[in-house]
Design a protein around this ligand. Structure first.
Ligand SMILES: O=C([C@H](O)CO)[C@H](O)[C@H](O)COP(=O)(O)O
Length: 207
């Protein structure tokens, strides 16, 4: 199980500072959507240069123009880019084709995606999805069995989980054996991000 650190709502300087502090505990660096909107592909390139050996995900949240956006993220140095699962089949197909051509990966974000869409994703050849409770939903929703149950028709898929997770709540989702745990604010907003990242990593290992 890998730990992905989501860098959201931070300046470039703060992203780099948090990465330096947490690099020993994290496996995957996520450049968050808002950070990409602020700095574009230049921050993806910069983080790629500084951390050549870390897996790098660009949270593009693509929902159209998928060939272009997938290539844009992978050319900047990302290993993985994200596409919204509610996008048209054509967009998902194009993203998967572009990623294959460039030896990259696509993570399909299941935010607000109904169970009925899962079979389509399976048929389209999706291999990696994220079960995601969005920032604005986190006061009223949390990840649970019903989310993982959605994926029963799709047993081979690699699953990432995201949405307000911290060192305590990760233990509630680890039982479902996801491949990737995505943690953002609980680490980046902590007084001591290094300690917070370490605590999440330890909680993952103790399960
Ligand atoms: O994808 C995310 C969200 O939509 C904001 O762009 C976050 O990266 C993801 O939810 C993880 O962050 P936290 O919820 O703060 O742990």
């Amino acid at each position: 199980m890998k730990l992905q650190l989501a860098l959201d709502r931070l300046t470039l300087e703060k992203c780099l500072q948090v990465l330096e502090e947490t690099k020993d505990s994290i496996d995957i660096i996520e450049v968050g959507t808002g950070v990409i909107k602020e700095y574009g592909m230049s921050i993806v390139r910069e983080i790629r240069e500084r951390y050549p050996n870390k897996v790098l995900l660009a949270d593009m949240k693509t929902c159209d123009a998928a060939t272009h956006e997938t290539k844009q993220a992978l050319q900047a140095g990302a290993d993985i880019t994200t596409v919204m699962a509610f996008s048209d089949d054509a967009s998902i197909r194009q993203a998967l084709e572009a990623a294959e051509e460039m030896n990259g990966e696509v993570m399909l974000d299941l935010l607000n995606t109904p169970e009925s869409r899962v079979q389509d994703l399976h048929k389209l050849g999706v291999e990696l999805v994220s079960l995601h409770i969005g920032k604005d939903q986190q006061n009223t929703q949390k990840l649970g069995k019903k989310d993982f149950d959605k994926l029963k028709p799709f047993p081979a898929v690699k699953v990432a989980v995201a949405g307000g997770l911290d060192a305590e709540t990760v233990t509630e989702v680890i039982v479902y054996n996801p491949s990737i745990l995505i943690v953002g604010s609980a680490i980046t907003g902590a007084d001591n991000p290094a300690e917070a990242a370490k605590a999440v990593k330890e909680a993952m290992q103790n399960e």
